[in-house]
Write a protein that binds this ligand. Sequence first.
Ligand SMILES: [Zn+2]
Length: 211
Amino acid sequence: MKEKGECSGEALEAMMDSAGISGPLKKMFRDCVAFHTFPAPGLLIGVFMVDYALELLGADSEDKLYSVSETPKCAPDPLQVILHCTSGNHRLRILPIGKFAITVNRGSAGPFTDGVRIFVDPVKVKNFPLIHLWFTNDPAFKPGSMTIPLIGEIFKTGRQILSSEHVQVEIIPKQKWQSSVCTSCREMVPDYLLKDGVCGSCGSSSYYRRN
Ligand SMILES: [Zn+2]
């Protein structure tokens, strides 16, 4: 069902054309929107961020890269779709820092590796009124009427709201573990995840009750 303010596929294509988005970048947008199920503004900014990170690293989307998203909102999806960094393959970390920022790096045997960090620059974003209203969660932003113009502004703005920096990313060594049994539910979990003998779901990560 089409929601108020929802952007159709045709409208999205027209806005990309009007903004002069290149063919390869268009494909990234289409793939990410399909994965995310709708063209969320943050997702679109995230595509520009990943494309920028690839360029700065001199990398290809098929290279084995590792990434961090400093927010669980939107930004993890372009990292998954374009770079194939997923939580499941241990190449994506999602940190609840709350910044719209990503870091991308190659693997390394050492304790640190060169990476690039891309973030929405608080000074630059002020130059783009709709993006700024939306990004700062200003009550003056009206999703129903302003979302499509916002998407148009995001496509036209591209990297102009972004800044980058070269950083050293700490490599987290693989943790050694043995299988253990929870003393409460008797299910198996890695030993380092037991706390006082009980697993997360019997302890502080409890999220369901049995019928
Ligand atoms: Zn348990």
